[in-house]
Design a protein around this ligand. Structure first.
Ligand code: UD1
Length: 427
């Protein structure tokens, strides 16, 4: 199993190009199931989760061809996804267990084929993560939903029909699944208390380019007028705001100065506010942003995760690594996922002083962390250990880095190009 070795203490300086957003690319790829015409997606990141979604779609019968990026920049990946004929409406356990976002094929399959069968995603390191909101929404759209031998089976032989769906709590995945399904339902669907993450806005823009009729994009109330069919389109994936925020924190943590090319500051406003409060200078430029730490230590600040536009749960582990070396105390409260503090004992192995009380972690800043062997438990937890390793004295070894490869494109290359002493040990 690969490991990442880091010798910390180097302030990062230089330029990092931000990749396409994994969490935008996954639903966009699933949207290819909605039409018999080709959907071209550019600025796709090269990540394990994208490969898993590619395999899943291929076994549904989608032809996927990697092509030169129509946006012109050669190294960026583009793919043409063509679901002319859907040959299977089943998403098997072997693929779904690798990635929970596989459930995003359910809405498109039922909308296009009148049926879909998706293995229930299993347990997960960051809480129980049910899919009840996805299923209740599909039922509201007229689908019959059953659970059978570990599979969700949804059927709507006469097609879906529009309905008002009020989400009792905000869910990114359920909003995406039902938004896609509603595009081909008969009549009007209203999604109320919908999630507003930039990835959902990106999906809505792509669906509109495919012929969908959606109003309220960017708000928590999406109104969809169903159409009989969607057509092909070309859509560039937005830059990854979680990768952006992570590298903003890498600059802040190491006292460095990084230019993040292609980043969108308007997608990371909540992160920006917290970092500026902690003593980080952030300025927007034509092609992204520049991030550097003002002189001296960072100052501890309180953080609470919330649905967008609040502070993202996917940045909670990283801000904790940062606050571990800030001056003073910070209270970090997780409101989205239970059990998302698996990085705390690992950070503690590196000398961090953190006490967890229920959904809050009290972080008392220490002057320095010490390198240690640590274990990655999930995607964002693992990158928080990389951040900690970048500031720690001595050597940090991050084990189980396959989590990192699910969501961070060429992380060790990007960081070492800015001076970090980081390398991958294979095997
Ligand atoms: C997406 C992101 C993930 C991010 C999360 C929250 C992708 C591929 N993943 O995950 O990186 O951490 O949003 O920003 O985009 N819930 C239910 N019932 C449901 C669905 C969700 O109770 O049917 C709960 C979840 O357990 C969780 C909360 O709602 O507590 C938010 O989850 P949700 O927004 O659905 O997250 P995902 O779409 O799975």
């Amino acid at each position: 199993m690969d490991r990442i070795l880091i010798r910390g203490g180097v302030p990062l300086a230089g330029e990092i190009r931000i990749s396409g957003a994994k969490n935008a690319a996954l639903p966009l790829m699933a949207a290819s199931l909605l039409t018999s015409e080709p959907l071209v997606l550019s600025n796709l990141p090269d990540l394990a989760d994208i490969a898993t979604m590619t395999n899943l779609l291929a076994q549904h019968g989608v032809l996927i061809e990697h092509i030169a990026d129509p946006a012109g920049e050669a190294p960026r990946q583009a793919a043409e996804l063509s679901a002319r004929r859907i040959t299977s409406t089943t998403a098997p356990y072997d693929l779904v267990r690798k990635m929970r976002a596989s459930v995003l094929v359910l809405g498109p399959l039922v909308a296009r084929c009148g049926r879909g069968r998706v293995s229930l995603p299993g347990g997960c390191a960051i809480g129980t993560r049910p899919v009840d909101l996805h299923l209740k929404g599909l039922q509201r759209l007229g689908a019959e939903v059953e659970l059978n031998e570990g599979y969700i089976e949804a059927r709507a032989p006469d097609g879906l029909r529009g309905a008002e769906i009020v989400f009792p709590s905000v869910s990114v995945g359920a909003t995406e699944n039902l938004l896609m399904a509603a595009c081909l339902a008969r009549g009007e669907t209203q999604l109320i208390n919908a999630a507003r993450e930039p990835e959902i806005t990106d999906l809505a823009h792509c669906l509109i380019a495919m012929g969908a009729r959606i109003e309220g994009v960017g708000s928590d109330r999406l109104v969809v007028q169903g159409v009989a069919a969607l057509h092909g389109a070309h859509h560039p994936v937005i830059p990854d705001r979680i990768e952006t925020g992570t590298y903003m924190m890498a600059a802040a943590a190491t006292g460095g100065d990084l230019r993040l090319v292609g980043a969108r500051l308007d997608h990371v406003e909540a992160v920006r506010r917290i970092l500026e409060g902690a003593g980080v200078c952030i300025s927007e430029s034509d092609d992204g942003m520049t991030v550097r730490r003002r002189n001296g230590r960072l100052v501890g600040t309180d953080v609470m995760t919330e649905p967008y536009p609040g502070f993202p749960t996917d940045m909670q582990a990283q801000i904790m690594a940062l606050m571990s070396v800030a001056e003073g105390a910070s209270m970090i409260t997780e409101t989205i996922f239970e059990n998302r503090f698996m990085h705390v004992p690992e950070l503690a192995r590196m000398g961090a002083n953190i006490t967890v009380h229920g959904a809050s972690a009290l972080v008392r800043g220490v002057p320095r962390l010490m390198g240690a062997p640590v274990m990655a438990t999930d995607l964002r937890a693992s990158v928080s250990l990389v951040l900690a390793g970048l500031v720690a004295g001595g050597e940090t070894i991050v084990n189980r880095v396959y989590h990192l490869d699910r969501g961070y494109e060429r992380i060790e290359e990007k960081l070492s190009a800015c001076g970090a002493r980081i390398e991958r040990a294979h095997g």
